[in-house]
Design a protein around this ligand. Sequence first.
Ligand code: FAD
Length: 504
Amino acid sequence: MDERPEVIVVGAGSAGSVIARRLVDAGKRVLLLEAGGSDENPVIQDPARLGEIWHSSDDWDYFTVPQRHAADRRLHLPRGRVLGGSHSLNAMIYVRCAPQDYDHWESLGNTGWGWKDVLPVFKKIENYDGPPSDLRGTGGLLDVTVDYPLNPIQQSIIDAAVESGIPENPDYNGEELDGVARQQLTIRDGERLSTWRAYAAPILDSPLFTVVTGAWVHRLLLDGTRVIGVEYERAGEVIKIEADQVVLTAGAIDSPRVLLRSGIGPATELARLGIDVVADLPGVGENLHDHLLSPVIFSTDREIEPPIPGTGITQSHLFWRSAPELEVPDTQPIHFSVPMYEDWMEGPAWGFTLMGGIITPASRGRLTLAGPEPRAGVLIDLNALAEEADLLALEASVRQVRAIGTAPALAEGWGAREIYPGPEVDDDASLRDYVRRTVITYHHQVGTCKMGVDELAVVDPRLRVYGVTGLMVADASIMPRVTSGNTNAPTIMIGEKAAEFFLN
Ligand SMILES: Cc1cc2nc3c(=O)[nH]c(=O)nc-3n(C[C@H](O)[C@H](O)[C@H](O)COP(=O)(O)OP(=O)(O)OC[C@H]3O[C@@H](n4cnc5c(N)ncnc54)[C@H](O)[C@@H]3O)c2cc1C
């Protein structure tokens, strides 16, 4: 870019790609800085190869600190370090989540974020190929498909859930979430469709748009409390670049990381790290939370087919309330056509996995810098399963999917036999122990730069960072409370809202 950018967007992930597109469309000169590289790797584009990218150079490959309530294990937190961000390595499931989630955000003082406000944004995003509905969008940039072939085991899992008393829901993004359903996926022509591909890549020819990959932003540049640009490292060189505005879209781990390195965060902690305090914002890195899973793995009498080309290893899930009085479903089991063994597990090559899962966690953790240097790393404490309520809900979800595995469509249709937890896990205490030993992330970290009007809020309801000017944060980190379901669609919505705020 020869001319000075008007806006620097940091991170070409789910939200950043959307914001960049909308700002360029509105005539802004945008520089998009992405730490990772191209998304041309065929593993990324093939929906069936989900997971192969973990621990590769396209994964930030974060780990938590040992989790006290999860058998002292360090949980792996893959995050996309590549164009498309985590949308380049996620399961592509599109869930708008519950209307009550957004009404709750609004009730916290976040005017403009209620369901009535965000529903039109979701409709604008979508190009949905399911049955027509006033609640769904069809002209958006992001293809959302339900029109794909199901692996036979996935159809049997849906049938078994119905046999267990769970209603089938033809559109969990419609009237209500509850029920078992085939997943709606962001796939186009059999290939992953990230927001990078759907929004940003088509405007690469624009003279207003510059994308720099391999550009790892170390910190913000400030003039007093005014953000005037960023400092980034590329191929060993440290580069400073100025702009009128900076939008941080580095995700729930890296956005707070950049803020902390820039002196924006809890004053006492920054002082301890030897970082000059620019703005004392005690909420930066706090309120970290995530959805959690625990696997139930079954063997089968007959071989399960590998994924049909262009489809993935998970194609169905269900939303269920572990207590009927709950306002929204608190569990979301997800179903895989393969056995998802942990390192210490063994079993046959084919089988299937029903993951028990919780989506309204009460536990809250935090993250902070391990040291002041960019490479010092980050200490991530999810505090997984710290709250009894989370354990109870996850145990209920595991019990439910164990029962689904015994329904005729699976037990008789496939000879399904539970191998993990297995028959020896037959009472409450051993189930609790199993859940603590096997809990893993659902990959939905949020909340570390939360939006709000209280003393722990990092951004205001228009996503401007408190205490400084010229800076927005607009990604999954701003969610005050995680949505009841997968976080990609909500994050894309946040990107769209951020662009609207920026331009108006
Ligand atoms: C394995 C996995 C599976 C998932 N499955 C699903 C799913 O099926 N459905 C769903 O709804 N959600 C899913 N999620 C969650 C969803 O993908 C995320 O919530 C969403 O992508 C978050 O978007 P974001 O914009 O906040 O961050 P990201 O998409 O992670 O984008 C952040 C970007 O910023 C870049 N970046 C970070 N730091 C810097 C820096 N300092 N300088 C420059 N660039 C930087 C990163 O490389 C990245 O490209 C999954 C996540 C994972 C990891």
